[in-house]
Write a protein that binds this ligand. Structure first.
Ligand SMILES: Cc1ncc(COP(=O)(O)O)c(C=O)c1O
Length: 434
């Protein structure tokens, strides 16, 4: 039964809360939707080719430069980016069947699933309640119990912990570090973009994420071998999308002399995870706007965080002062009790669309229990985030009225009509280097 606390009563009575449309997790398909759709229509009408081609390749160059990596390989989703990077590491012999791979206990299903699918042994690493991310202490804890060949670290919801120390531990112990940056494109820690701390970073351009190509993803890396293998994995295991020099190299190595057969030679395990030219074109349009998107989201986040995380009586406060830029597409809240969480769920009905924090504790998901039976769950913080957490959308086009409603619902006080005078931290320009 719902308990009618003063908070619930206030929102039941308030006419104000009914005067705007429900705040959805995904407000629109694109930032600047109408202009983007017009350009897209025009592009489709003019385009000679819509399957993978020069638009995608152009996007890859631009994204690599923006992210500050030497190579970018575009794929048809963030999940495909995760699958492809693991397959590429196996093809290159960097990972072998049965190797143990650590992953952040709070993440998305398709971060962990490729590990099972490709015969690796996933090992859950708990996260901190302060940052919702794995800390170096969490990692050290796991390393006391088991060795890891790779760490598939998720940069959850724009945040990170001491990722530089995590990277140093991985380097020292020969652990391959891959960052799943599908939720943190544009976040910066100590002058470096998230996604650039390990061997590679994966990205998602799904509609609700930082920049939308509707569906889409990428892997960014400085490692040429990995980038080449990713291109092969992305498209059937053949060499079509490799540079001329790389094609010659691989054909020489495999003694493929016939031009006739070379186009139908399949060198290693792959899939079809290619994006279309529509994805590549949209990606370029969105890249022109990404700095603006990130800065608007950061401004929303700072404004709301100041109100919400001050409620330490109701929520676990999140810490983000160690970061230069927090780039998230949703704002998480971890309630101190299940009752507070349930109360928020009730208040949000019909007003604000909310959902659990990402995929919750992965070790509690049916697929994990099925494929890792008997695994002892030792992730208490992930469990608490699973049971007491929720998030709502942080759209770059949230209006002042919508921000005021969010602030009043989650900050637990009356709506403010005036814009909060919080200085917006500038998004630093990161030069294209490691
Ligand atoms: C951490 C994380 N990794 C991967 C993905 C998958 O991305 P996509 O939806 O583009 O497949 C998501 C999706 O939300 C995610 O949150």
């Amino acid at each position: 039964m719902m308990i009618m606390t003063p908070q619930v009563q206030f929102f039941r009575r308030s006419r104000y809360t009914y005067s705007i449309r429900m705040i959805k997790l995904i407000k629109s398909t694109f930032y600047k939707e109408s202009a983007t759709k017009k350009k897209l229509i025009n592009f489709i009408q003019q385009a000679r080719q819509l399957s993978f081609g020069p638009e995608c390749e152009q996007f890859e160059k631009r994204f690599a430069a923006w992210q500050g990596r030497r190579h970018c390989v575009m794929l048809n989703s963030g999940s495909s980016a995760n699958l492809a990077v693991i397959q590429a590491l196996i093809n290159l012999g960097y990972l072998r069947r049965g190797d143990r791979v650590g992953f952040s206990a709070v993440t998305w299903s398709t971060n962990v699933m490729p590990l099972f699918q490709l015969g690796l042994e996933p090992v859950a690493v708990d996260v901190s309640l302060e940052t919702l991310n794995v800390t170096s202490a969490n990692l050290e804890d796991v390393l006391k119990r088991t060795d890891l060949k790779m760490l598939f670290l998720t940069n959850l919801l724009g945040f990170c912990s001491d990722i530089d120390t995590i990277a140093a531990i991985c380097r020292k112990r020969n652990i391959i570090l891959i960052e799943d940056t599908c939720e943190s494109q544009g976040s910066v820690y100590r002058g470096k973009r998230l996604g650039n701390f390990g061997l590679a970073g994966t990205f998602s351009f799904y509609v609700g994420h930082h920049m939308s190509t509707v569906e889409g993803g990428a892997v960014a890396t400085d490692n040429e071998k990995l980038a080449t293998m990713l291109r092969l994995v992305r498209a059937h295991g053949w060499d079509r999308n490799l540079s001329f020099a790389k094609q010659e190299e691989i054909r020489r190595r495999f003694r493929v002399n016939s031009t006739f057969y070379s186009r139908y030679t399949f060198y290693d395990l792959g899939y079809n995870l290619r994006p279309t030219e529509i994805t590549g074109y949209l990606g370029q349009l969105q890249l022109e706007l990404i700095d603006e998107i990130v800065s608007r989201r950061q401004r929303n986040f700072l404004e709301l965080a100041e109100r919400i995380y001050a409620r330490t009586d109701r929520y676990y406060p999140l810490s983000f002062g160690h970061m230069d830029t927090v780039s998230n597409f949703a704002i998480p809240i971890i309630a101190r009790t299940g009752l507070i969480r349930d109360e928020l769920v009730k208040i949000c009905e019909g007003k604000v669309e909310i959902r659990p924090v990402v995929g919750g504790d992965m070790t509690e998901q049916p697929f994990f229990r099925h494929y890792a039976p008997g695994t002892q769950t030792v992730c208490p913080n992930a469990g608490l985030i699973h049971s007491n957490g929720l998030y709502f959308g942080n759209n770059p086009e949230l209006t002042h009225t919508e921000l005021a409603l969010l602030s009043s619902i989650f900050g637990g006080s009356h709506p403010r009509r005036k814009k909060a005078a919080i200085p917006v931290r500038k998004v630093r320009k990161i030069s294209p280097k490691k």
